[in-house]
Design a protein around this ligand. Sequence first.
Ligand code: F6P
Length: 359
Amino acid sequence: MKRIGLLTSGGDCQALNATMRGVVKGLANNIKELEVYGFNDGYRGLIYSDFRMLTSRDFSGILTVGGTILGTSRQPFKQMRTPDENGLDKVEAMKHTYYKLRLDCLVILGGNGTQKTANLLREEGLNVLHLPKTIDNDIFGTDMTFGFYSAVNIACNTIDCIHTTASSHNRVFIVELMGHRAGWLTLYAGVASGADIILIPEIPYKLDKVVEAIKRRAERGSGFTILAVAEGAIPEEIAAMSKKEMKKALADIAANYPSISYKLADDILKATGTEIRVTVPGHMQRGGSPGPYDRILSTRIGSECAKLILDEEYGYMVGLKGTEICKVPLGEVAGKLKTVDPECQEIQQAKRIGISFGD
Ligand code: F6P
């Protein structure tokens, strides 16, 4: 007999349902009695004891369904130790729900913030397993997060569409992609769709280098240029500022432009006289069905998670290392971010074929 709790927390992504399906099928096929408690809207459900009992049938037919059947919400890790508006101690409340339901394990699907709270619950003595989801692919200790490749696919399709119209009109286009602190999605979608300039948070850009790359293309007879820009891309002069100055400079940009891409478009227009179009696919990147890669990754992660529960091994993130699904101690990875190394092969190879990173 096993009693497990499931919750999905933070921003959603395409393969959350596929992963939960893997966990529940992996358990249901190997033990006679299983109770599954699904917490509604992430940690909120655990804090306020808002859950529903689920059966194997609830996990049938959801491999290809995006979003999350449990709902999700953002419950910032930083505020977990702060009582709610009624003075409720959230951590104690989560522990209370866990013990009340006599759970064997809590399976938590989410990104970096979610992982920190999962680790906190582990430190508080609960049996937890964390499954790494995010379109940002920025979770330390796993080579890949589920959701990432589905988002790359959408971002890539967006740039492909922009490509045809940009070449017809001989225009410069910016496609802004998600990723505040990590540029994985922009890097992969940019390379996959033949973007000419890729700007990511890890490589602060120089405006003159961006302008130079656009002009160079024009001189060589290419009338259009495509820039894949992460929402966290940052001009070099701002990246060099002190924390306080940087906060102010970014706040100034936010007060004057919808996002960094619009400021960049304005700067390029001033420098070249060329009119720029900006496209922002936004939350579309997190929507729709998971692609085949994510369906496989999620099924493998979910199935491995079930094995850990059957073996009563807790306190891990279930991640991917090379081609193997592995368990990584939560305490070793929680609170760390996996960003793009500016010297990595992917960047060097992209530069070699002429892609500019604005540096
Ligand atoms: O899930 C991560 C992420 O997709 C970031 O890349 C993005 O900046 C953020 O979520 C958007 O979050 P929200 O849904 O709260 O607008």
